[in-house]
Design a protein around this ligand. Structure first.
Ligand code: NAD
Length: 330
């Protein structure tokens, strides 16, 4: 049974942007009060103290830990809404047991991450990063160019979910042959050939990872899988660093078996191994594939709207749990 709607208090535990204006506007327009914690994610203990002090009906969190203690402190807590996708900073099981919704925003950056992957592919086929570094170092040497025609290449996409499908659509528009691998292949994927992982690695010039990191996908690309790849290819990882054995990639770049490795994420991030930095074929960005002004604004608005929905006794749009007593059986 849904409790009646009434003005509530919403605690924003932290924020990875300069202010709380977007969250505040959505929450206050619905008649609720927003209390904002420190911008930088505080410790679990500090968040527990904030929860004990403000006794929120809802928690919005970016990276700060929302512990079982925090969730258990307030009997009236109705929702913990994540400003992002992953839930590893939230005690989801405790929330579920106590009838508290947990939500995320799973699809706010599909265009950004797929654009980032395609941008990395184009940077490699056209030598953008390598030539930019050379020109800045005083070398103007067009005769050294060994560039590629993207429309003749085969691109293999590992993980054919929301982002993988967007990347396939965009690379397909460049004329590339598209292979994809997913344990749950779609019923039909026009213009895309679904294959096993080994076949994808053996046939692709470019391999792009769009899989979640789980115990089953940790180091899905290691020395053996790199050896299956065609000599002179490109590996793109815009998903999670732990999918790739970085040492094995560094060795494959050193030997020339791999021509390029474009990573937005690293298993050691924010630390970047010096051996990887030494490789001219490495193209690195600091976990920004999700980011654009539009995606971040959308993320903030949609996370706050989940709070408003639940405080109005409606079901959230993107529930990540089935809270006890909610009647939710999805
Ligand atoms: P999604 O859930 O829509 O798709 C993931 C796909 O991977 C699913 O189709 C699933 O069946 C498939 N999959 C699972 N295990 C697999 C395996 N062993 N081999 C092949 N496929 C497998 O997720 P999404 O929205 O497309 O996001 C994909 C990943 O992108 C996320 O898990 C996240 O790690 C990453 N991501 C990164 C950024 C960034 O800023 N770099 C931003 C958002 C998401």
């Amino acid at each position: 049974m849904n409790p009646p709607s009434r003005p509530g208090t919403v605690l924003l535990t932290d924020h990875a942007w300069p202010d709380d204006s977007v969250e505040r506007s959505v929450i206050e327009q619905a008649g609720h009060t927003l209390v904002t914690g420190p911008a930088e994610p505080a410790s679990a203990e500090v968040i527990e103290e904030l929860v004990a002090e403000h006794r929120p009906d809802a928690i919005l969190t970016c990276w700060a830990p929302v512990s079982a203690t925090a969730i258990g402190t307030v009997p009236d807590l109705r929702i913990v809404a994540r400003l992002g996708v992953g839930l590893d900073n939230i005690a989801v099981d405790t929330a579920t047991a106590r009838g508290v919704w947990v939500t995320n925003v799973p699809d706010y950056c599909v265009e950004e991450v797929s654009d980032h992957a395609v941008g990395m592919v184009l940077a490699w086929t056209r030598g953008l990063a390598v030539f930019d570094r050379e020109v800045r170092a005083g070398h103007w040497n067009p005769a050294s160019a060994r560039l590629r025609r993207l429309s003749t290449l085969t691109c293999g996409i590992v993980g054919f979910g929301r982002i993988g499908r967007a990347t396939a659509r965009k690379l397909g528009a460049f004329g590339s042959r598209i292979l994809a691998h997913d344990p749950y292949p779609p019923r039909d994927a026009p213009g895309v050939e679904m294959v096993g992982l080994e076949e994808l690695l053996r046939r692709s010039d470019v391999v792009i990872l769009h899989v979640p990191l789980t115990p089953g996908t940790h180091h899905i690309i290691g020395a053996e899988q790199l050896a299956w790849m065609r000599p002179g290819g490109l590996l793109v990882n815009v998903s999670r660093g732990g999918l790739v054995d970085t040492d094995a990639v560094t060795k494959a770049l050193e030997s020339g078996h791999l021509d390029g490795a474009a990573f937005d994420v690293l298993e050691s991030e924010p630390h970047v191994p010096a051996e990887l930095l030494d490789q001219p074929g490495a193209l690195l960005t600091p976990h920004v594939a999700f980011s654009s002004d539009a995606s971040v604004t959308e993320l903030r608005r949609r996370a706050a709207e989940e709070v408003v929905r639940v405080l109005a006794a409606e079901a959230p749009a993107h529930p990540c749990n089935h809270p006890a007593g909610s009647g939710d059986r999805r």
